[in-house]
Write a protein that binds this ligand. Structure first.
Ligand code: ZN
Length: 775
């Protein structure tokens, strides 16, 4: 409501994002979008009309707190419908709050000795007015919250104009359930569509979760009041402004028309009832309303679906993941995982959890969903959107598989959790079904599969126990334990190729400078190369920045472009191209950007904020990748390179196909569509092994298994470098006699290498890793 008359203390019912502003801080030219001013009406002028026909109303407000200071009063001017609405209800002595006003210089400041600015209040400015009536002047019938209900007009989605504030109806085509955005506000993204077949994506923020539309599924009908429309890249977008309000209705044809809202005062006319019925009918035949919902009994591995369920238990797993135990009355046809947590950490009725143990599934939720998951009440009904089922198998029993349930971080594809109220039709149906489930039956039929699964987990814990007890060797074998040890002198005198289990000491290793052991490897042409250092990349970037970005290739169907001037650096411009998904910009942590003209320092900074960066330059026709001496992709601290010999580069346009799917931006996928043969980071080291019978040099060629450290990350992490140094110190403590060195259990294989005319025998370490208790 733009004007609300409220019987209550000021500041009740005010949107939480509003901040009070004092007259002494009120200045012309400052952004007052999130400010409100509160004062007592000491004077009001008669309602009148301006020359152009606009209604006009003027009052004087006195600031209650600073009434002794020189300028404690200010003129407030109302225009248009707000002038009309306020002029009819305002009395002297009322307390008034105005929000969303414009500040202008007061032409009468010299004469009336009031504040040098005045406030301008109008619907166009997105203003909202709250009037707190003085008890003595109000009759009993007026004390209830009494909105001044103007008749609203609703704009069809094909008639939206940039810079307007409008009221809308629409059917939900896509939505992201509210999530906590940066800061403390909740954010929800909703794409609506109406009979004009034009869609509008709205980004809604509010500090109060209840103030956002309560959308439960695609096809729901929403009504938005006072939503701001702005044009962005030739597309209209909606954003929350001051006074934004929403109602949500079930989209099912024939369902009762009951608005979901936390507001106690809203207007709703019979005419609107018709609007909703028409939209429902239209949506039923024009929107694919049935979402990917499934029951637990329908669950298949590798599925994304929406689950309606009841929460029976929850537990914190670690800072970035949280366990939810849920059921929906049906039984998952596949054995499902049990996430191990301390009994004492589990919140919920233990007896019930035990009773339902064959029907409950464990869901791990991650990252941005953790905070919300923590706040969920056990017993409540939930809809979990875009839940992922993943097939997994135990390491030591690859033939026995089970299903894991994950709600991954981020909000792609509307991923999230929503609490459903008890009166929701789906909840009513679910409850009725749950009541009919015969628990004793499901308990007695103890399925074979879940017993097998118990076996897997006890085996797993046994295995890690035995590893801890194996103090004799600082390395462990990850396979082929049945082989017997072979002495090194036997190996040296045997035919090639063969595989052996050995027990030896690490006499020395190369390179001693551990960072030199990291190389780039092409699995296609088997070439190894040094990792280029930052200076090489910096030079390439400087070279590219010399030519200005070509504005012709900015903004396309699949990316939005922004250009920045650099300060104090002459004419250099940085262009950032944000790749969109579903025509929407994603959260920075999910976004791939293409950057042109940036220096290394700037690119590093951007890579801390965005998921992926592709450095580019522009030609006359298009953007293109840099030379492959530069990384083709930066992901956090990891720089991905491509093989110059094996890559067959495609145009940057090829990326748009990835942006259309759910873009998880896997480096291998990005490389594939760009026609790049990715190079992999590997550790290449030479170990000189000695078991007393003989010595041989064995190569370690490893991505991450041996050290349990990814080779791709070690160069940019001093922590990982230290860890690696520590490990090498344990495997081969400097200045130690051969007798006192620890034993290493390893697998090695022998093979022939042609070196010119000569055949050379080499040895390579495999299926071996540093023992857990060493790390
Ligand atoms: Zn290659």
């Amino acid at each position: 409501m733009p004007v609300q008359v409220i019987d209550g203390a000021p500041e009740t019912l005010l949107p939480s994002h509003l901040q009070k502003v004092d007259l002494k801080y009120l200045q012309w030219g400052c952004d007052q979008a999130n400010k409100y001013f509160q004062g007592t009406v000491i004077l009001s002028y008669p309602l009148t009309k301006l020359v152009n026909g606009t209604e006009f109303f003027k009052i004087v407000l006195q600031e209650s707190e600073n009434s002794c200071s020189k300028t404690s009063t200010i003129n407030v001017l109302f225009f248009g419908r707000l002038a009309d609405d306020c002029g009819k209800v305002v009395h002297q002595g009322d307390t008034m709050v105005v929000a969303g006003f414009n500040v202008a210089k007061s032409p009468s400041a010299n004469e009336d000795d009031r504040h040098c600015c005045h406030l301008e209040v109008s619907e166009d400015a997105g203003s909202a007015v709250y009037i707190y009536t003085k008890p003595s002047t109000v009759t009993a019938s007026e004390t209830a919250s009494m909105p001044v209900a103007p008749k609203y007009t609703y704009t069809p989605l094909n008639h939206l104009k940039d810079g307007t504030i409008v009221n809308l109806y629409g059917a939900v085509k896509f939505f992201k359930p509210p999530y906590i955005s940066k800061g403390t506000d909740y954010c929800s993204v909703v794409t609506i569509v109406d009979q004009s077949n034009v869609k509008l994506t709205c980004t809604l923020f509010n500090g109060n979760l209840d103030a956002l539309p309560k959308i439960y599924k695609i096809g729901d009908i929403v009504r938005f009041h006072r939503i701001k429309i702005r044009e962005y890249n030739k597309q209209m977008q909606g954003i929350t402004g001051i006074g934004f309000a929403s109602l949500t209705f079930d989209g099912t044809v024939g369902a009762p028309i009951v608005p979901r809202t936390s507001s106690k005062s809203y207007s709703f006319t019979e005419e609107e009832q018709k609007t909703i019925e028409e939209l429902r009918t239209w949506a039923a035949s024009n929107l694919s309303v049935c979402g990917p919902t499934a029951k637990l009994s329908d669950v298949q591995p590798m599925l994304f679906f929406d689950l309606t369920c009841q929460l029976v238990g929850k537990a914190e797993v670690d800072g970035s993941s949280f366990l939810l135990k849920v059921w929906d009355g049906t039984k998952c046809p596949h054995p499902s995982w049990k996430v191990l947590v301390e009994e004492s950490d589990l919140e919920g009725d233990k007896v019930l959890i035990h009773q339902l143990r064959n029907l409950i599934v464990d869901i791990l939720v991650y990252d941005n969903h953790v905070k919300l998951a923590k706040s969920l009440k056990v017993g409540s009904f939930l809809r979990i959107y875009s839940l992922h089922t993943k097939q997994a198998s135990a390491e030591n029993q690859p033939d026995v598989s089970y299903v894991e349930f994950h709600l991954h971080g981020g909000t792609c594809y509307g991923r999230g959790i929503r609490v459903l109220p008890e009166n929701n039709p789906d909840v009513k149906e679910l409850k009725a079904f749950m009541d009919s489930v015969n628990l004793t039956e499901s308990q007695n039929v103890e399925s074979m599969s879940s017993m097998e699964l118990d076996g897997i987990f006890s085996n797993l814990s046994y295995q890690s126990y035995s590893q801890r007890c194996q103090q004799l060797s600082v390395t462990v074998l990850t396979d082929h334990q049945h082989l017997d040890d072979t002495a090194l002198n036997t190996i040296l005198n045997s035919s090639v190729p063969q595989q052996y289990r050995i027990r030896a000491k690490l006499r020395t290793f190369k390179p001693q400078k551990l960072y030199q052991s990291v190389k780039l490897y092409c699995s296609k042409c088997n070439s190894l190369q040094e990792v280029p250092d930052g200076d090489d990349f910096d030079l390439i970037l400087r070279d590219c920045a010399a030519s200005a970005p070509n504005p012709e290739v900015h903004n396309s169907l699949w990316y939005d472009s922004e250009v920045w001037d650099t300060e104090n650096q002459g004419q250099r411009k940085i262009a950032v191209h944000f790749v969109k998904h579903d025509e929407l910009l994603q959260e920075p942590e999910d976004t791939l950007i293409m950057v042109q003209g940036g220096m290394l320092k700037e690119i590093r900074k951007l890579s801390r904020r965005f998921k992926c960066i592709i450095p580019v330059r522009s030609t006359k026709e298009d953007l293109e990748l840099l030379d492959l001496s530069a990384p083709f992709l930066l992901q956090g601290k990891i720089w991905h390179y491509g093989c110059k010999q094996c890559s067959n580069q495609k145009t940057i346009q090829s990326l748009s196909s990835l942006a259309e799917e759910e873009p998880s931006w896997e480096p291998t996928e990005i490389a594939r569509v760009l026609g790049i043969e990715p190079l992999q980071y590997v550790f290449v080291m030479k170990f000189t092994l000695d078991d007393g019978t003989g010595a041989l040099d064995a190569y370690l060629f490893d991505y991450e298994k041996f050290f349990q450290i990814p080779a791709s990350e070690v160069l940019t992490s001093s922590l990982l470098q230290e860890k690696m140094e520590m490990i090498m110190n344990i495997l081969c403590p400097p200045g130690t006699k051969l007798d006192d060195l620890p034993w290493l259990e390893c697998f090695i294989r022998s093979y022939n290498v042609k070196d010119g005319m000569e055949q050379q025998v080499c040895y390579q370490i495999f299926d071996t890793m540093v023992a857990e208790d060493v790390i």
